[in-house]
Design a protein around this ligand. Structure first.
Ligand code: APR
Length: 188
């Protein structure tokens, strides 16, 4: 089944693959507070995008957990990169959910502020940072729903979650259909 929904003039969809190969206006990096690069998505984005991205990150100097900053995209198939810092999962009782929501919301807001219409997002915090994906996926889709409800229709035209493997894709697909139950043919 296709992972696609329409809601208030936006398409929300899923793609399985490497985010650094996904053509979009802006792609989101799962960064850390130092913005100094790392492994996972962060490593892939800097490897594929080239040194100009790290230079721009160094200029910015850092980003608190739950927030996001924007840079150029170097040689990536996007115009910009948003570096979002998700929480490290500890016990689940230390404000992790609110910080992850904030990281996603800040990313969507930044894309909209810069007039970027198609945003690609990874599953923030569910790798090295250990956030359980079964909790992160519904949270991410609910942030998207809330953002679209509060924004003028079509502010973002397409929101794509890019998942690295089949299992993660299926967890997000379940969350997508639970959050946006309408059939894809709904009138926009
Ligand atoms: N494309 C899409 N998704 C990817 C890719 C990729 N190229 N590489 C990894 N992922 C997935 C992982 O499977 C995971 O589900 O992205 C999700 C986030 O994993 P991480 O990249 O480890 O990010 P996170 O858990 O937020 O941890 C951030 O890791 O790499 C360091 O510098 C980074 O310190 C920061 C921390």
């Amino acid at each position: 089944m296709l992972g696609l929904r329409h809601f208030r003039g936006s398409a929300i969809d899923l793609f399985q693959g490497d985010i650094t190969e996904f053509v979009c206006d802006v792609m989101v990096n799962a960064a850390n507070e130092s913005l100094g690069g790392g492994g996972g998505v962060d490593g892939a984005i800097h490897r594929a995008g080239g040194p100009s991205i790290l230079a721009a990150c160094r200029e910015i100097g850092g980003c608190p957990t739950g927030q996001a900053v924007i840079t150029g995209a170097g040689s990536l198939p996007a115009q910009r990169v948003i570096h979002a810092v998700g929480p490290i999962w500890k016990s689940g009782k230390e404000g992790e959910a609110a910080l992850l929501e904030s990281a996603y919301r800040s990313s969507l807001q930044l894309a909209a502020q810069h007039g970027l219409k198609h945003i690609a997002l990874p599953s923030i915090s569910t790798g090295v940072y250990g956030y359980p994906i079964e909790k992160a996926a519904p949270l991410a889709l609910q942030v998207v729903m809330g953002f679209l409800e509060e924004s003028p229709p079509g502010l973002l035209r397409r929101i794509t979650f890019v998942l690295f493997d089949r299992t993660q894709y299926q967890v997000f697909q379940k969350a997508l259909f639970a959050t946006f139950p309408e059939a894809a043919e709904e009138r926009t």
